[in-house]
Each structure stands twice: as C-alpha cells, then as structure tokens.
Design a protein around this ligand. Structure first.
Ligand code: NAD
Ligand code: UDX
Length: 479
C-alpha cells in the first residue's frame, strides 16, 4: 500500500503542528486533522489558529485547502484514510483507580472504538499520543474484537518528541523519529510504510525502529530523563543559595563534560508543561503496577523536588516582603509554562499565583501570549479554588508589562519571555512602591544593573551580593 491519505484524530498541540508539517513535506499525501471539538476545528480554519507556535501560521497558510484539511467529519476522514494517527490527550486520571498518577486512556479508547465502528478498509493505526507501555495492546484488542470482514489493522507506536515553542523546527529537523511495530511480516511492512512518509524529509539514519513496547517506554523514559536533569540542577540551586556558589557557573562547568552535555541544565522555578509531570507520574504508576516500588520512588523524587522548588521560590517572595503580601500589589510577569507558547498547562506561574492569592495579594498579571480568559480559568476553576469570585476580584490582567507593574510592591518573573529582558527598568522603578523588589524566577535579568537602579533583587541559585532581603522580625530563614 502506498499511503495517499492520512487522518489524525486530535487537533491539539501535537496533532495540528505534526500534520501540518507532514502536509508541507508530502505534497502528494492528503492530510485531514479531525477533532470532536467544533470550536477547535473552526479556529484551525480561521486566521487565528488555536495555538501560538512560531512558524506554524506560515506552514498552515501554505498547505491548508491544498493537501491539509481541518474537519469535524471524523467518519469520512477515517473511512478514506490509509493511515490514522491517534493524537488525542492522555491526561492524568483525576479520580478512581490510579488517581493522580495513571494516564486516563478514555480518549484513546474512544478513538479506537470510533475507528473500529467506521473503518471499511485496511488501516495502519498509529499511536502518536504519549501512553503507558502496552497501551497499543488496548487499541489492538478493541480493533481486532470489532473487525469487519476484509478489514485488517496494523498498530504502530510513533511517539512525538516536539517541544512547544520550537515545534516546527523540531518537526522539520527532527533528531530522531521513533517507530515501533509488531515483529511480524505485516507489522514490519506497516513500519516501512510510515518510514516512507517521514523519509520525505527526515534522513533514514534518523529514523529508529523498535518493537512496540520499547517505543512506548522510550517516550516516557526520554521525558523522565529530561525532567530529571532539571530537578537535579534545581536541587543544586538550593545548595548554591545557601553557600554562595552560582548555579549558572556550576551548570556551565558540569555541562562541559561531553558525557553530561550543556542542555537542559537551566535552573528555574520548576518545570511546567503538559508532559513532564504527567509522563513521570505515568511511569511511576507503571512501576508500582509492576511491583517495582524502588524504581517508582526514584522517579517520584523528580516530581517532589519540582514541587519543592516552586514552594521554595514562592516562600522566598513572601518572606522577603516582610512575611506578608496581604493587600500588596504584585506584578506577575509571564504566565505560560515557558516562552514562545501561550500554553499554561502545569505552568509554575499557576502555583506561584495561587499561593500569593491565598496570602491575600492583589495580582497584576501580564503575559505576551496567554489569553486573558485562560489566566482567569487557571486561577478560578473549581480545582484551583473554592471561592472563584473572591479570587477574581484580586486579579487584574494587563496588556503590557508597564501597566502591570505600576504601583506594585514587587515583580515576580515566572516566564523567560525575551521581551522582559528589554524592559526599561529605570522607568519601572519610578512607578513602583519602594522598596521595590524583583524576584527573577528564570535568571534572565541583569541583576547588577537592577541593583544599581535601586531594586532589591532575588533570583534562583545565586545569593546576590546586595540581595536587600529585609526579613520580618521572627521570619524563618530559607532552609
Ligand atoms: P491537546 O489537549 O492539545 O489535544 C488533544 C485533542 O484531542 C483535543 O483537541 C481533543 O478535543 C481531541 N480529542 C479527544 N478525543 C478525541 C476523539 N475521540 N476524536 C477526535 N478528537 C479527540 O493535547 P496535546 O498537547 O496535543 O497532546 C496529545 C498527546 O500528545 C498527549 O498524549 C501528549 O502527552 C502527547 N504529547 C504532547 C506534547 C506537547 O508538547 N503538547 C509533546 C509530545 C507528546
Ligand atoms: C517536553 C520535551 O522537551 C519534549 O521533547 C516532549 O515531546 C514534550 O515535553 P515541552 O514540555 O513542550 O517539551 O517543553 P520543554 O522545553 O521540555 O520545557 C518543559 C519545562 O521545563 C518548561 O517549564 C521549561 O521552562 C522547563 N525547563 C526546561 C527548565 O526549567 N530548565 C531547562 O533547562 C529546560
């Protein structure tokens, strides 16, 4: 079979960009991205795409209506497709067995059932979502238990490694594409057919093939390793603050060892995003189910350290402001979980903001790309608070950093947006309450210059010479 038509179930952060790049690089393949959300599909078909991702608008503009389509007609797209990507969300379960750790596979299951109901010809079904090991078996069982006469399925695992904010470059210049399949002649043929799609632009040496279970586990493992590096450097940031070492210098020295490497050693207020925590928790649950408690405990520590880092930073803010932020105006700069995305899932800014709100602060929030409604949603939805109206009264969302900081006692920088480095801090100092504080949770500002202006500055992993932390009498020192 030569693949002529591809369908993708799930038009999210992965399905949208991935299929747009496939359409760009494979002009002879018709790619249809489907979602059950009419609103999301309407946005994909509009001038304002549902996600902000550098370079995505240009790719969509080039292909949409030619060989790239966004549709809610799931039945037609499944029926005509030779290959179907399942790219639906796999969130952490919020109730029942495995609550708080296991992946909720209900969307995967419903996608598999839709395919089983609607397919009338042979399909290669590709698991693109991140799933626990052996999830392909669930898809296989559902499809094969409901097979119509003459219809055959091959299930492949093809996890996605893109990072938000750099998704297009990550897809176009992928370091590796991973494809896992069944070790049968039919399974291997399906693997080769998916390889052929990627070989339109990815060098064959960058395409790795494995068995299905290795492919599924490699995705969880890759995210666990990356997150582990961040927790490792963040753990050392606490040691730096207590000793006078500088975490950036430590990272530079450690990362120079080619066995360790320099990337992903940036100390921060903690990692966020929809993947790291979810996927490690998923791995922990898997280990517990496999009766491997020591392995589960090992990975649990990566998540616990991340929680500690977020708490440590927020506590530092409160303690520095004389141990009370009640009724103080605090400017929060950056709300997305990293720069160059409008995504707020598991953003550390949410934890920081919630804690400051609990302490009675008035938050003035600015982010260059996050929609105002999204910020309100994150801070007021039922899981976040029992008093949404009260919280709403204490939040104001701004269209510029300058308006957010006017009259503020402190600036808390949560996301490393480039534009924050370019702000006129002399002008900002003039309009803030004194003493004026800056807490740089991303280590991106020029701390010495800020101190020369008059700011009291605190950051991660470095005790600044004139940190100006005036502690309230009796307040605790940082552990
Ligand atoms: P998302 O929430 O942005 O998108 C998922 C979409 O699937 C939603 O729009 C939802 O409406 C749709 N959907 C759910 N069930 C459906 C069904 N039966 N039919 C049609 N549409 C359906 O999620 P995402 O960030 O794109 O992540 C998708 C998967 O990819 C997850 O497993 C995630 O772990 C993995 N992943 C995400 C990233 C990332 O950076 N976001 C990177 C690598 C892997
Ligand atoms: C991650 C993986 O990088 C990607 O391969 C996978 O497919 C999905 O999960 P993503 O979550 O989009 O991608 O962004 P990433 O760049 O990994 O950043 C995750 C979080 O870690 C962000 O909050 C970021 O600010 C933080 N981070 C990253 C650090 O705190 N320090 C670092 O050195 C790197």
């Amino acid at each position: 079979m030569v693949i002529q038509k591809i369908c993708c179930l799930g038009a999210g952060y992965v399905g949208g960009p991935t299929c747009s790049v496939i359409a760009l690089k494979c002009p002879n393949i018709k790619v249809t991205v489907c979602d059950k959300s009419v609103e999301r599909i309407n946005q994909w078909n509009s001038d304002k795409l549902p996600i902000y991702e550098p370079g995505l608008d240009e790719v969509v503009e080039q292909c949409r209506g030619k060989n790239l389509f966004f549709s809610t007609n799931i039945a037609k797209s499944i029926q005509e497709a030779d290959l179907i990507f399942i790219s639906v969300n796999t969130p952490t379960k919020t109730f029942g067995n495995g609550k708080g750790r296991a992946a909720d596979l209900k969307y995967i299951e419903s996608a598999a059932r839709m395919i089983a109901d609607l397919a009338t010809s042979n399909k290669i079904v590709v698991e693109k979502s991140t799933v626990p090991v052996k999830a392909a078996e669930i898809i296989m069982k559902i499809l094969r238990a409901n097979t119509k006469p003459g219809v055959e399925y091959q299930i492949l695992s093809n996890p996605e490694f893109l990072a938000e904010g750099t998704a297009i470059v990550d897809l176009v210049e992928a370091e590796r594409v991973l494809i896992g399949g069944e070790d049968t002649p039919e399974g291997q043929r399906a693997v080769q057919e998916l390889c052929w799609v990627y070989e339109h632009w990815i060098p064959a040496k960058n395409i790795l093939t494995t068995n299905t279970w290795s492919s599924e586990l490699s995705k969880l493992a890759a995210n666990a390793f990356l997150a582990q590096r961040i927790s490792s450097i963040n753990s050392l940031s606490a040691v730096c603050e207590a000793t006078g070492a500088d975490v950036s210098e430590v990272a530079r020295a450690v990362g120079r060892d080619s066995r360790i490497g320099p990337k992903f050693l940036e100390a921060s207020i903690g990692f966020g995003g929809s993947c790291f925590q979810k996927d490690i928790l998923n791995l922990i649950y898997l280990c517990e189910c496999l009766n491997l408690p020591e392995v589960a405990a090992y990975w649990q520590q990566v998540v616990s350290l991340n929680d500690y880092q977020k708490t440590r930073f927020t506590r530092k803010v409160i303690e520095s402001l004389f141990n009370t932020v009640s009724d103080k105006k605090i400017a929060v700069l950056g709300f997305s979980f990293k720069k160059n995305t409008g995504d707020t899932r598991e953003s550390p800014a949410i934890y920081v903001s919630n804690t400051l709100l609990d302490e009675g602060a008035k938050l003035h929030i600015y982010d260059p790309k996050v929609e105002h409604d999204q910020i309100y949603y994150e801070l007021t939805h039922p899981y976040a608070t029992s008093e949404p109206e009260k919280v709403r009264k204490n939040i104001e969302i701004h269209d510029t950093a300058y308006s957010a900081v006017t009259g503020a006692h402190a600036i808390v920088l949560c996301t490393e947006w480039d534009e924050f480095k370019e702000l006129d801090f002399k002008k900002i100092y003039e309009v803030m309450m004194k003493p004026a504080y800056i807490f740089d949770g991303r280590k991106i500002l020029d701390h010495e210059a800020l101190q020369n202006i008059g700011f009291h500055v605190q950051t991660i992993g470095k005790r600044l010479a004139r940190s100006g932390s005036i502690r309230a009498q009796g307040s605790q020192t940082m552990p």
